[in-house]
Design a protein around this ligand. Sequence first.
Ligand code: VGL
Ligand code: ZN
Length: 192
Amino acid sequence: MQDTALLIVDVQNDFCPDGALPVPEGDQVVPVLNRVAQKVAQAGGLVFASRDWHPPTTRHFAAYGGKWPIHCVQNTPGAQFHPDLKLPEGTMVISKGTSENDDGYSAFEGRTEQGKTLLEILRERGIRRLIVGGLATDYCVRASALDALKHGFEVIVLTDAVRGVDVQPGDSERALQEMQAAGATLTTSDAL
Ligand code: VGL
Ligand code: ZN
């Protein structure tokens, strides 16, 4: 597992039921990702947790010309990770969507508190394989997985650890097929 990392995408309150941009069943990824994160960490793999981390006014929000209700505003309760999400010690948090001018869907657009990009850390650590789960299948999971493939990583998407927004019915299913067509492996967490 030294060459493998887990990327937990945006498991934040606003994307869970009762949140500002609820993903249906979004909270159901939590126990699955807790198990996978523990397994990966125990085997010596790195764990990353990305978070949508928007300024209060951004063109990402419908109020300012974008597509979405206001969600995951920096330092608000809605932007916190789900309270039951158990991130192993040493988990690296990647904040994304921090600009007022872009959506920031991909974790590869984000940075750690120290200002490093996900790509820099993956390369420094010699990671070759990325396991991906989280929210939402049809936006940030999709964008992050496709970017990882573009950068030459092996990508495994955990179908039982993702849920989608489905603005249009079938968006999540199409996103999974797109990731697979681009080279990702789709599997369930028990097959890891
Ligand atoms: C996301 C919509 C808006 C995501 C973020 O995390 O998938 N979706 N902002
Ligand atoms: Zn967002």
